[in-house]
Ligand binder design. Structure first.
Ligand code: KG4
Ligand code: ZN
Length: 356
């Protein structure tokens, strides 16, 4: 398949005809991942070591435990990624790493590993914003057309991003409290479902029961922001009052009511943004992109609006290093490298890359 990305890749400025191999590292939360991607689109390896089982007994990610696990596994994961890719360090064009946002201790592990590799092998370092990675995960499987709007939904993020052109990001809406995945996990916990709860709530929401009626947080009429903590509190209040009356609610009815409310708000705001910004595509990204109800409703509404909905396969929706390599490739083409004293930034803002 020859498309624009192939053409762009083969005209890579820095290396003439030589392919660009990027080794990327992602450790912003509870996944230790390393990947090798050729020319920004061909995944040679994408190794992900998930800590879900470790954090399960705590019902959520414990930052210190996450950092320790990253330290223990990062070397092995990088070695495995290089081995699977079948290339050597001398073949690489750059080392890429997630700079933020994320858990500071977790980010630091990836950052130190990436700097060490870059320094010892004389390779340029590319610092990538985690959300830019989620957005450009789509570039690994689709050709992108600008302007576009991306809905980034995960355990840590709920953002509507208007991407005017390559690397020119504008956050037009974001959560004012809980991230959508976080709300899913908290509601799942109240329903005594295992962590992470999103997939379990999604499954229950598809059972043939009548949904519990729950509020929608639309906020101000023109706002693209989100709020999920009121909805989560409404779920907890409904569960408490029902159990005090001795008439516990059916978990599936609660899951369905919660999911209906979340999807209603996400889909309507995303489609309003698509129209207002004249987006040519809507990109879905982040772990909650796995949600069947969300995909179905967004797909139907995008079809009505005549705008393609793009979503990467699930393995590229959740945290992984291939998405960091995909975004890093665009920065490589622009010559946007990071100094070796670049810092991990737990609250890093998504800023547009200056046009070079
Ligand atoms: O992107 P991700 O792997 O990690 C973060 O960066 O947060 O997202 C994980 C989140 C968790 O909160 C999980 O419950 C949620 O994605 N999730 C889902 C589904 N699958 C995963 N939420 C709703 N429905 C799903 N099917
Ligand atoms: Zn993420």
């Amino acid at each position: 398949m020859k498309d624009d990305r192939e053409a762009a890749a083969s005209s890579l400025a820095d290396s003439g005809d030589r392919p660009a191999y990027i080794l990327a590292i992602e450790t912003s939360c509870d996944e230790t991942s390393a990947a090798v991607v050729r020319d920004g689109i061909h995944i040679l390896s994408n190794v992900v070591s998930s800590q879900v089982e470790i954090h399960q007994k705590f019902g959520g990610v414990v930052p210190e435990v996450a950092s320790r696990h990253h330290v223990e596994t990062i070397t092995l994961i990088v070695e495995e990624a290089m081995e699977k890719a079948g290339i050597e360090m001398k073949d690489l064009s750059a080392i890429a790493v997630t700079q933020g946002p994320g858990l500071v201790g977790a980010l630091l592990v990836g950052m130190v590993a990436a700097k060490t590799l870059a320094f010892s092998h004389g390779l340029p370092l590319i610092a990538v914003h985690h959300i830019a990675g989620h957005i450009y995960a789509n570039q690994l499987v689709h050709e992108l057309e600008y302007p576009l709007v991306s809905l980034v939904v995960s355990g840590g993020h709920t953002e509507l991003v208007y991407v005017e052109s390559e690397g020119r990001f504008h956050i037009i809406g974001q959560t004012r409290d809980d991230a959508v995945g976080e709300a899913y996990d908290k509601v799942a916990r109240a329903l005594r479902l295992p962590y992470p709860g999103g997939p379990h709530v999604d499954r229950l929401a598809h059972e043939p029961v009548e949904a519990l009626t729950l509020p929608r947080a639309w906020l101000e009429p023109d706002s693209y922001d989100f709020s999920f903590s009121g909805l989560k509190s409404a779920v907890l209040a409904a569960l408490n009052s029902a159990s005090m009356k001795g008439q516990p609610l059916e978990p599936a009815a609660v899951a369905k009511g919660f999911q209906d409310s979340v999807i209603d708000v996400l889909v309507n705001k995303a489609l309003r943004a698509v129209e207002a910004y004249g987006a040519k595509q809507l990109l879905l990204a982040g772990g909650v992109a796995a949600n069947k109800g969300l995909r179905a409703e967004l797909g139907a509404r995008c079809a009505q609006a005549g705008v393609p909905l793009l979503a990467p396969p699930l393995s590229l929706c959740t945290d992984n290093a291939a998405m960091i390599a995909a975004a890093a490739f665009l920065k490589l083409r622009r010559g946007q490298f990071a100094p070796l004293d670049v810092k991990a930034e737990p609250l890093l803002k998504l800023e547009g890359w200056s046009v070079s």
